[in-house]
Design a protein around this ligand. Structure first.
Ligand code: ZN
Ligand code: ZN
Length: 333
């Protein structure tokens, strides 16, 4: 039996559609028949240094189709909807795993990097990477929650900021449009922050109470609104870091959720003066994905998606920057 898959055949190569055997689940692994796979900027990373050939994709939703020998969890019954995100498995015995920090496992696997991901009709993954998708969730809209969604939801909930506080979400793209919805539904007063005013109306529709145009003098405007307890930074630019730090209220946190190509400068006096901090957060593990899906279902948090057939996977990835807001590869039933 064969299937279609998109693969990078070599370093710096382009995505190609190939016909290959349907994978068999190894011991402790599960196979899913893929329904949808979100397209993420990180999918480019494997193009430049990875064992090849490799199928990318780490925002995968599909039907559990075959269960490997020795799979212990009974929640993964055949025919149910399962999902895999960036977290692709952990060892259970390294120092991070012993601290219950699976996402930081020293031998951790990433779906679509250490093994073939979801740009294929079928894929297999270790059982600890798989989560159960709550009934009634749309598989196409669920896919981006497995990477973009968990990144904003899980980082924010771990900041332990008092509910009702004022929080900023910088950038209104793939991560930011979910960040606004999650923070709003979790009971916070959200300031959406972006350059220009073209996204103002959208930000308000997503639940932002305020909109701040960062191409103007936004620091004073932020301070006028109130004491901002954190800013989720989803589309950073090295020139804005110091300004965002100044915009924060006392004990405020600048939370870095996306990579910056260059180093940035921050004034130690600004950090000391207001007990402020700059922190990073790396999405989460499969247990956090399960919580993200559950919260999104209960509260109607939905990514805005545009779907593509597998044959157009290359286009979906190459045009990712035009995405309003997440591209998803959708498989024929
Ligand atoms: Zn991703
Ligand atoms: Zn480990």
């Amino acid at each position: 039996m064969s299937m279609k898959a998109a693969v990078f055949k070599e370093k710096n190569g382009q995505l190609e559609i190939v016909e290959k055997p349907i994978p068999e689940p190894a011991k402790g692994w599960v196979r899913i028949k893929v329904i949808s796979c979100g397209v993420c900027h990180s999918d480019f990373a494997i193009q430049h240094g990875n064992p090849f050939p490799r199928t990318p994709g780490h925002e995968v939703v599909g039907v559990i189709d075959k269960i490997g020998e020795g799979v212990e969890s009974n929640k993964f019954s055949l025919g149910k909807l399962g999902a895999v995100g960036w977290f692709g498995g952990h060892c259970g015995s390294c120092p991070s795993c012993l601290e219950n920090e699976w996402a930081h496992c020293e031998k951790g696997k990433v779906c679509g990097i250490h093994y073939d991901g979801g740009y294929a009709e079928y894929m297999t993954c270790p059982e600890d990477a798989l989560v159960f998708v709550p009934e009634g969730m749309d598989p196409i809209e669920s896919a981006p929650l497995l990477c973009a969604g968990i990144t904003v939801y899980n980082s924010f909930r771990n900041l332990n900021i008092k509910s009702g506080s004022l929080v900023g979400v910088q950038g209104i793209g793939g991560l930011g449009h979910l960040g606004i919805q999650f923070c709003h539904k979790m009971g916070y007063e959200v300031i959406a922050m972006s350059g220009g005013s073209s996204k103002k109306e959208l930000a308000k529709k997503l639940g932002a109470a305020h909109y701040v145009d960062m191409s103007k003098d936004y620091i004073d405007e932020m301070k006028k609104i109130g004491s901002v307890k954190c800013i989720l930074v989803t589309a950073p630019n090295a020139q804005n870091i110091q300004g965002m730090l100044e915009s924060l209220g006392v004990n405020g946190k600048l939370v870095m959720l996306a990579l910056l190509p260059e180093p940035f400068n921050a004034n130690a006096g600004t950090l000391i003066g207001g007990n402020k901090s700059i922190v990073g957060w790396a999405s989460g593990d499969s247990r956090d994905s399960a919580d993200t899906l559950h919260f999104a279902k209960m509260n109607g948090v939905k990514p805005m998606v545009k779907s593509f057939p597998l044959e157009q996977a290359r286009e979906a990835l190459e045009k990712i920057s035009d995405a309003r807001f997440r591209h998803v590869i959708e498989f024929k039933k």
